[in-house]
Design a protein around this ligand. Structure first.
Ligand SMILES: NC(=O)c1ccc[n+]([C@@H]2O[C@H](COP(=O)([O-])OP(=O)(O)OC[C@H]3O[C@@H](n4cnc5c(N)ncnc54)[C@H](OP(=O)(O)O)[C@@H]3O)[C@@H](O)[C@H]2O)c1
Length: 293
């Protein structure tokens, strides 16, 4: 951040891949489910207007649909925007589920190239390697069980070539992160929220090494039947006391819980987006933190 930077910065500034970003970013996966482009385009443009400068996406969100919507809404991209994508799966058109794993090194390279094309960029700011050793999601079997070092080698090669700015990891254990540290990991994207704190040891390691921690499913996900942060009695009671919404309390807790946390809540609604961005300004007092933690 420079002293002349007067942009809004929801949640304050943090560093991601050597760039200054607002701590409240945006996860674009939900934009997959809109029937037409208008709604996603409006959400993305409003996000940037509100100071969001960190977008999370993937080519396999609707076989390039989300990336194309990001490009339609925002290209030519603002200079300060940090585009983060992920590899490790690919679209599976006509399949029972719409994606399949793509963990092999040549598949990682192909997925990076597909992201470059649909986003319309020469370089991806950050690419997260999404591992598939543990839930949630598909678990690697057969030729999809690939050594982490082989995967990092291909990503480091692309970083040397300049098509990747920086490397992150997703869905990893503390041991895997420790092993990958020499590759220069800038962020870790694991599921984490008030309803699922199982990856806390990874957070500790991120803190120790100055790595950005980007929880996915920060509100508990959109998956039907899974626990939701907004249903927790403590969240509802703190929200009522502070005059905030339960979603805002869940997001503000993540920001307050660990300073290296960057948020990427997902929504296809402008109203929810505005609410989530405003969570960056919600201060939880000691009583609220105690009740939630
Ligand atoms: N690395 C990985 O493996 C991985 C996996 C999954 C997701 N991700 C990334 O993480 C991002 C966040 O995850 P997510 O979108 O699945 O889960 P999430 O942010 O925990 O929850 C999204 C759900 O919450 C709802 N929601 C959002 N804001 C709300 C608000 N203010 N009030 C009420 N409901 C609200 C959304 O519905 P509405 O659309 O109706 O608002 C949607 O159903 C994704 O967009 C994606 O970029 C990464």
């Amino acid at each position: 951040m420079t002293t002349t930077d007067t942009r809004p910065h929801p949640g304050g500034f943090a560093t991601l891949a050597g760039r200054s970003v607002a701590r409240v970013g945006f996860g674009a996966m939900q934009l997959r489910w809109a029937d037409a482009d208008d709604e996603p385009v409006a959400v993305l443009r409003r996000a940037v207007e509100l100071g969001v400068d960190h977008l999370d996406t993937a080519e396999f969100y609707g076989d390039g649909t989300v990336n194309r919507r990001i490009r339609a809404a925002l290209a030519p991209y603002p200079e300060h925007l940090v585009l983060v994508t992920k590899v490790g799966a690919t679209a599976n058109p006509g399949g029972e589920i719409e994606l399949r794993l793509a963990q092999r090194p040549e598949e990682l390279r192909a997925e990076v190239e597909a992201n470059l094309t649909t986003l319309g960029v020469d370089r991806l700011d950050v690419v997260n390697l999404r591992r598939a050793d543990m839930p949630p999601g598909l678990i690697a079997e057969g030729d999809q069980v690939v050594d982490l070092d082989d995967q990092l080698a291909v990503l480091m090669g692309m970083r040397d070539e300049g098509t990747i700015g920086a490397i992150g990891l997703s869905n990893v254990s503390a041991d895997q992160l420790r092993r990958a540290l020499p590759a220069g990991i800038v962020c870790v994207q694991n599921a984490y929220s008030l309803v699922d704190r199982t990856t806390e040891p990874v957070l500790d390691l991120c803190r120790e090494h100055g790595i950005a921690r980007v929880p996915y499913f920060p509100l508990g996900s959109s998956w039907p039947g899974t626990p939701k942060v907004t249903d927790l009695p403590a969240v509802i009671s703190v929200a009522e006391r502070l005059g905030a919404t339960p979603s805002q309390v869940g997001l503000a807790w993540l920001l307050a819980h660990a300073p290296e946390t960057l948020l990427i809540p997902g929504t296809r609604s402008v109203a929810h987006l505005e609410e989530n961005v405003a969570a960056g300004g919600l201060l939880l007092d000691a009583e609220a933190m105690a009740e939630l933690s």
